[in-house]
Design a protein around this ligand. Structure first.
Ligand code: GDP
Length: 294
């Protein structure tokens, strides 16, 4: 336990089933309007699912909205459900936000719990449980806000929480690293439970050093873009153009986007599901059972 299993490393039988049925990734993306969440989704998956020209109506009641699309990774179909809460954190009083989100996550656990008591075979059960939450932090360089702390505290107890520093191009390299350090210390001071990408199985080889390095980047500092250009070799890349130059968002010096993509979509997708099942869902079931009594 704890060692990572990429899709290609799954036991043969499981791999064959996954290839046939595909994987589902239910990912919650939270953070204030304007932090680049929709741009990030488009950049991470190389798609244009999220319409960035549309203005978010920040006055309406907070609800969880779902956007669905399909991608392929390592020959496996992945059905991606992106869950967002438009207007999150934008009200004067944000006290409802925590309840809306935690209720949603719990409701998906409850549905799964009820389905597991009906005699549906596991393969035919729809699994809408939230497998991870990317929580977007503004690149302020300052302490986290009370809302961010409250939200992440609650999220960490319910799902695989992955804090992300948004719009990281607004930092110099030193500022970025100092902010990473500040966020890390505030997460630990506030007992916020984050998802730790597990180490590789064989300690000491190049792969696990690589994986150690990737884990040391948390919280991931990302840059996203909706502008696609063609490189000299003909390949397509997303860039951000500034008066002084162009940033390739796939370049590891500028953005942790590529690392995060590798961790999320290639190396640790099955782990996110298994931690959801074995830890977060199990906690939920334990609470339900203890409320009902023996
Ligand atoms: P959302 O409201 O969080 O979904 O944010 P959007 O994806 O709609 O982006 C809001 C604005 O921020 C747009 O003008 C984007 O072009 C811009 N943006 C997105 N990502 C980045 C980034 O990494 N850096 C910078 N500087 N701007 C970004």
């Amino acid at each position: 336990p704890g060692a990572y299993v990429g899709i290609a490393d799954l036991p043969n039988q499981v791999y064959r089933r996954v290839v046939k049925q595909g994987f589902t990734l239910n990912m919650l993306i939270l953070g204030r309007t304007g932090l680049g969440k929709r741009t990030f989704v488009n950049s991470l998956f190389g798609v244009n699912v999220c319409d960035v020209s549309e203005q978010t109506d920040t006055s309406k009641t907070l609800t969880v909205e779902k956007e669905t699309f399909q991608i392929e990774t390592q020959g496996v179909r992945v059905l991606v459900n992106i869950l967002t809460v438009p207007g999150f954190g934008d009200q004067i009083d944000n006290s409802a936000a925590e309840e809306v989100v935690s209720r949603y996550i719990d409701a998906q656990f409850q549905d799964y719990f009820e389905a597991s008591h009906q005699r549906k075979s596991q393969s035919r059960r729809v699994d809408n449980r939230v497998f991870c939450c990317l929580y977007f932090l503004p690149p302020t360089g300052h302490q986290l806000t009370p809302l961010d702390i409250l939200m992440m505290n609650s999220l960490g107890l319910r799902t695989n929480l992955i804090p992300v520093v948004a719009r990281a191009d607004s930092f110099t390299v030193d500022e970025r690293e100092a902010f990473r350090e500040l966020v890390r210390s505030q997460l630990s001071q506030n007992d916020i439970q984050i998802y730790v990408f597990p180490p590789d199985e064989d300690d000491g080889d190049a792969n696990s050093r690589d994986s150690d390095f990737m884990r040391s980047l948390a919280p991931f500092a990302v840059v996203g873009s909706n502008t696609v250009t063609t490189r000299k070799d003909g390949s397509q890349v997303r860039v951000r153009k500034y008066p002084w130059g162009t940033v390739d968002i796939e370049s590891p010096e500028c953005s942790d986007l590529a690392v995060l993509r590798r961790l999320l979509l290639f190396n640790h997708l099955p782990d996110l599901v298994s931690v959801t099942d074995g830890l977060h869902y199990a906690n939920y079931v334990r609470q339900v059972v203890s409320k009902v009594g023996p």
